[in-house]
Every structure is written in C-alpha cells, then in structure tokens.
Design a protein around this ligand. Structure first.
Ligand code: SAM
Length: 284
C-alpha cells in the first residue's frame, strides 16, 4: 500500500476518496464546530479543509464562487440586496461585491473561527471583501437567521458545507421554505448541492423541495477540480423570469459589470443549465 504520510485524505464518500499532498501545514485547529486545516499544495495553492473535506483552494475557488454569484445576479439584472448563508472564507462576498449595483450584502456564518483564520491564512480568497462597507457579517446559524429575518433579498446564496454537522439544517425543507419567504418578488435562491454523480440524493432532496416552492426550479452545473467525482450542481429556485434572460441582455449586463472571464461567461451561463441525462433523472 502506498504511504500516504504527508497527504490530506478526504473521505466524503463511502467508496471514493481524494488526496492532496501537503507541502506545508499552515494551520490546524479544532473549533466548537469543526476541525479546520490550511495547507499549501503546489497545484492548488493554499487549501482549506473542514473535518478533512476540501472547502476552498486558492487555485480553483473562482469557479465555484463566480458560478454561485454571477449566474443569479446577472440573470436577475437589478439585484441590490444579497444574502449569503455560510461563506466564511469570504470568496462569495468577494464576487458579489464586484457588482456595483449591489448595495447591501448580509453574510451569516456560523463559525467565527473560519472567518478569522481565512483572513489570516487565505487573504487572497476574500481579497478585502470583509472591509467593504456594503458587507454586514453576522455570526449565527443560517437556519435560525432565515427563520427570523425580515427578508426582501433579491438573491440568496447558500454557500454551505455538505449536509452533515452544522451544514445539515441548510438542506431541510423548512430552511428552503423560510428562504423562499425571505426573497423579494422575482428573487432567486441558489444553493451548493455537491457532486451529483456521488451525492445524487442530496440534489434530489433539494430539487423536490424547490419544485414544491418555486415555479422555476432546476439546477445548473460547473466543474471544480477539487470537488471530486465530476461536475457539481447548484440549485436554482425562483418565481421570476430570470432564467429566460436572452443571451444579448446577459452579454450586455456582463460587459456593464466589468467582469473579467475566469470561468463564468454569458455563454457558460446559458450552457450551465443544460443538464446531462444522469443529472436530469435525479430531478423529481
Ligand atoms: N464551497 C464549500 C464546499 O462545498 O466544499 C463550502 C464553503 S465553506 C465557506 C461553508 C461554510 O458554511 C463554512 O464556513 C461553515 O462554517 C458554514 N456553515 C456550515 N453550517 C452553517 C450554518 N448552519 N449556518 C451558517 N453557516 C454555516
């Protein structure tokens, strides 16, 4: 058997794991909520794991963050208030704040530890987002916040861990129901739903709930190298017309926003909603 000393081994799935070589272990600590580690890897730069599961890397985080922000914000067209649930590394806030029309970003992160060490050990991920006056950071459970908040959000982004531990409540029907209530008219809810080839039940559960709540409920996809097992899925739910935005309008909004294409482009936006058969079959 190969000696895996010096590797970070992720065992998220029963029959599959991935390993990333640890060039240097930079941080290792246990909070009340989870074990946090940061290490460097020559391909992916600095890597953050929570309970051994890769959350974010310097090298490929732009794919995940761009696709959970620019897709709903540009499809909406006039988003002013955005809510992020989770998102402690600050990458989601970084991409939301690129949109000058966004006036207010509320971020609900359960673990102050993730925010603090991300600022210290992964500053390139938030890239100053925590200092932006438009961002309000609240340390709280996202499910509880969603139940009690006044709402009026144009876009809600659920940047959660997988449905285990503190992230589990963010995959429940009652959470989705409260999220729907917190949306402004034509508002859009997007969620991270893992890699459907490996975690099909997770997508099916979210889609079943979305179908009962929204007139437009589907998912879209992107491939993030460190989320192993194939393309990942993002849940999409709205009662508005945003998904039907025409390509020219999308291209114009993209140009006006001054975004530089990393992964997201208006063409990728449209293509991301084309679902492979095995994914379409997971949607009830
Ligand atoms: N992109 C990553 C992935 O799927 O691998 C997840 C990103 S990470 C920023 C997710 C964040 O959600 C973590 O910082 C975690 O502390 C936070 N989180 C987990 N459960 C939460 C809850 N109930 N309320 C608010 N934040 C939560």
């Amino acid at each position: 058997m190969t000696d895996m000393t010096g590797w970070s081994i992720e065992r998220l799935h029963a029959d599959h794991s991935q390993a990333l070589r640890i060039d240097e272990l930079l941080y290792d600590s246990e909070t009340d909520h989870q074990r946090i580690r940061v290490f460097s890897n020559s391909t992916f730069g600095r890597v953050l794991t929570l309970d051994g599961v890769v959350q974010v890397t310097e090298g490929d985080n732009y794919i995940y963050h761009e696709m959970l922000t620019h897709v709903p914000i540009l499809a909406h067209g006039s988003a002013r208030r955005v809510l992020i649930i989770g998102g402690g590394d600050g990458g989601m806030a970084r991409e939301v704040l690129r949109h000058s029309g966004v006036e207010q970003v509320t971020m609900i992160e359960i673990d102050a530890g993730v925010v603090e060490f991300s600022k210290q050990y992964l500053p390139s991920i938030s890239a100053g987002a925590f200092d932006d006056p438009r961002l309000e950071l609240i340390i709280a459970d996202g499910a509880q916040y969603m139940r009690d908040c006044d709402g009026g959000f144009d876009v809600i982004i659920v940047d959660s861990t997988d449905p285990a531990g503190p992230g589990e409540v963010l995959f429940t029907d009652s959470f989705y129901g409260h999220a729907k209530r917190a949306l402004a008219p034509n508002g859009i809810l997007v969620t991270q739903n893992g890699v459907p080839f490996m975690q099909g039940d997770e997508l099916t559960g979210t889609m079943r709930a979305f179908k009962a709540l929204f007139t437009d409920a589907t998912c879209y996809m992107a491939t993030v190298p460190t989320y192993a097992g194939g393309a990942m899925a993002f849940g999409w739910g709205t009662d508005g017309p945003a998904r039907a935005v025409d390509p020219e309008t999308l291209a114009e909004r993209f140009r006006k926003a001054g975004l530089t294409p990393g992964y997201y482009t208006p063409e990728v936006h449209k293509a991301a909603f084309a679902l492979p058969g095995y994914v379409a079959r997971l949607i009830p």
